[in-house]
Design a protein around this ligand. Structure first.
Ligand code: AAE
Length: 653
């Protein structure tokens, strides 16, 4: 019987059901690889067995101890005011409470001669490092950090572009049992102070400059100003300075890899809300490693010797995520600069990342819908210009991928490959929904719910629903849940962000739909859900239609309260050579009516010159809505282009 649903764009070959790591993992644990739902059911109901088996299957280097324990969390006096949380099933669970490992030991594993790192800039790949060479570089930075006094429990912050030095400094920090807080050098001073100021680093490692679109940008003055403004006088080390050259580059230094508690702080990530300071989320070293190994080895089918890229800044969670392929004995491609650089004649080089893919023998290409839209709008077809023979998978994160982008990937990149739209977030340093080597890829749908995550979609009654939009929740604990947020009342703020709405159930903030096929469609963030006439609409439902039009370069949707009802507002940045005319608006509204519904048709369509993006490249609908409503956008320092809000302020003024 054929299953109803959207078109199938790729079907797993029979061999995947015996050869892929996911199939072997299923078989090793007594499951039929063709029955993923049973494997998934086990992974969320017998969680201790699942995470234990995953540790062994992925060969984590460390001492495992017992798998799971549920003691009350006792750190943080504010917990006394939250007695119910101390016994919560989600909030109270600790995985591998006696486990010990060193993340660096896991990232630096494998044959010394195997390729570990390829580093590229806007001119292509310029550096290749084997495991042995990477170990040498990490040993050198470890010696420098140690000399600067960094040890277990400290924090090191980075203001670095996506270079080998960022990688070695992050791994060296983790090797010492310290936590890493990575920021990108294109952040403004205020954005850097908002972030680094929360983590009290003992050392800040910064670049002297970074390059973008063929131009060099100086970072020194900015880094010095940030450090001066912190008030805690951290030690500032500039890459390439005489001190760096003397103390951080001796590759004959002995690398020490002491093991630290599984749930010691490892990565501090920042999420930019639209109010207040960005949240500083503390993740455990071991929880993130295990989560990433699951995602790479089982869901991504990353094998030893594979080569994985992700175009990301050093501040986005996808940076540490892709670096973790090292623990699966694959190589990582670090990409610095503009993914589609401007050429001297002013044209855009759409082939840059694809040439690099051929040059690297890339097996996994990580990207975002925004990058894909750029290629589609430019009419660029990678398969016409590039071999891509080694490519087995394209992955995308950052925003929902439209059905047309699925079509384009299979038509214009490669027919025989797994496309995986993956979705989760910084707050879990991983994904609730992923790809799989054992599932068909269906147009516009995220392939499956990730192993180890008890994901449901709840309607307004709080009842689990299938085939309907609702709140995406996770009802059971998992190892990559944050430890806490930094700052006063951190545990309470952590609780209030994810558990206030439903006690002891993680409410993720996505408006999603679980299909009868157990695939997932994400319709947008729930805090930007529109409710014209009370009907729940995710912004992605409108982007899906609008983004198909080549006349439109960028779009932004938000709700505007008019009298008692909420009206849908659509703002467009028109592509070069196009104008927003009444005729075009009419056509677009007709498209939205036909392809979405009459409820989705915007009440207002405006042309703007740019839309607000976060420093990590995500559209910020909330800031636009606040600005258009005459409110104060509190977190402008988290925006890459705060100046864009001027136009939004004027829309209804
Ligand atoms: C995996 C993700 O969900 C990444 C993101 O969107 O921030």
């Amino acid at each position: 019987m054929t299953q109803p649903g959207p078109a199938t764009l790729w079907t797993p070959p029979d061999s995947a059901f015996s050869d892929s790591a996911l199939a072997r993992f299923a078989l090793a644990n007594g499951f039929d690889p063709r029955r993923y739902d049973e494997l998934h059911g086990w992974s969320v109901s017998r969680r201790d067995e699942f995470w234990d088996a995953l540790w062994d299957f992925t060969g984590v280097l460390g001492d495992k101890g017992d798998v799971v324990e549920q003691p009350p969390r006792t750190e943080g006096a504010d917990l006394d005011q939250l007695p119910s949380l101390r016994h919560g099933r989600m909030f109270g669970t600790r995985y591998f409470p006696h486990g010990r490992l060193n993340v660096a030991e896991n990232l630096l594993r494998g044959e010394p001669g195997r390729l570990a790192v390829l580093a590229a800039d806007e001119t292509g790949i310029h550096t290749r490092l084997t495991v042995a060479q990477l170990r040498g570089r990490v040993a050198a930075v470890q010696a420098g950090l140690r000399a600067a006094g960094v040890g277990e429990g400290d924090v090191v912050a980075g203001i670095l572009p996506n270079t080998v030095e960022n990688l070695t400094t992050m791994i060296a920090t983790l090797s010492l049992g310290a936590a890493w807080a990575g920021c990108s050098p294109d952040f403004g001073v205020a954005g850097l102070v908002d972030r680094i100021g929360q983590v009290a680093p003992s050392v800040v490692v910064a670049a002297q400059s970074y390059a973008y679109n063929g131009r060099d940008f100086d970072v020194r003055a900015k880094a010095e100003e940030v450090v001066a403004r912190l008030g805690t006088a951290p030690d500032l080390v500039l890459v390439g300075s005489p001190r760096w050259d003397e103390q951080f580059t001796d590759e004959t230094s002995a690398l020490t890899l002491e093991r630290f508690p599984f749930d010691a702080p490892g990565l501090i990530m920042f999420t930019s809300g639209t109010t207040g300071l960005p949240k500083a989320i503390v993740h455990s070293a071991g929880g993130v490693l295990l989560q990433h190994l699951k995602e790479h080895v089982l869901h991504g089918d990353v094998r030893p010797g594979d080569v994985h890229s992700w175009f990301t800044s050093t501040a986005w969670m996808m940076y540490a995520w892709v670096v973790s392929v090292l623990a699966a004995e694959a190589a990582v491609v670090l990409i610095d600069g503009n993914p589609s650089p401007r050429l001297p004649d002013g044209t855009v080089d759409c082939g840059h990342l694809w040439r690099m893919a051929d040059d690297a023998g890339l097996t996994h290409f990580g990207t975002s819908p925004r990058y894909l839209s750029g290629l589609m709008d430019a009419g660029y077809a990678p398969r016409e210009h590039h071999d891509l023979g080694a490519l087995r998978s394209v992955l995308s994160a950052g925003a929902p991928v439209s059905a047309e982008q699925y079509d384009w990937l299979y038509a214009e990149v490669k027919r025989d490959m797994v496309f995986a739209s993956i979705c989760g977030g910084t707050e879990i340093h991983g994904c609730f929904q992923l790809g799989s080597p054992l599932h068909p890829v269906r147009r516009g749908e995220i392939t499956c719910v990730a192993l180890g995550h008890a994901v449901s979609v709840l309607d307004d009654r709080g009842a689990p629903v299938v085939g309907e939009k609702g709140e995406l929740v996770c009802t059971e604990p998992f190892p990559s849940m944050p430890l806490t947020f930094l700052g006063d009342g951190g545990l309470r703020r952590y609780h209030d962000t994810y558990f206030a709405e439903r006690p002891d159930v993680w409410t993720h903030g996505d408006l999603a739909e679980l299909t009868p096929r157990r695939s997932v469609v994400v319709h947008g963030r729930s805090d930007t859900t529109l409710k014209p006439n009370g009907v729940r609409i995710g912004t992605a439902e409108i982007y899906r239609v609008v983004d198909q039009r080549p006349e439109i370069a960028e779009s932004l949707v938000f709700g505007h309260t008019a009298r008692t009802d909420e009206e849908v507002v659509l703002c467009l940045v028109m592509a070069e050579g196009h104008e927003l005319t009444p005729g075009f608006t009419k056509e677009l509204k007709a498209d939205i009516r036909a392809q979405a519904s009459p409820r989705h048709v915007p009440a207002h369509v405006f042309a703007v010159s740019e839309v607000p993006y976060t420093l990590n490249g995500k559209k910020v609908e909330g800031a636009a809505r606040t600005a258009a409503g005459g409110g104060t956008v509190k977190n402008e320092a988290s925006l890459a282009n705060p100046g864009s809000l001027h136009e939004f302020r004027a829309l209804f003024a």
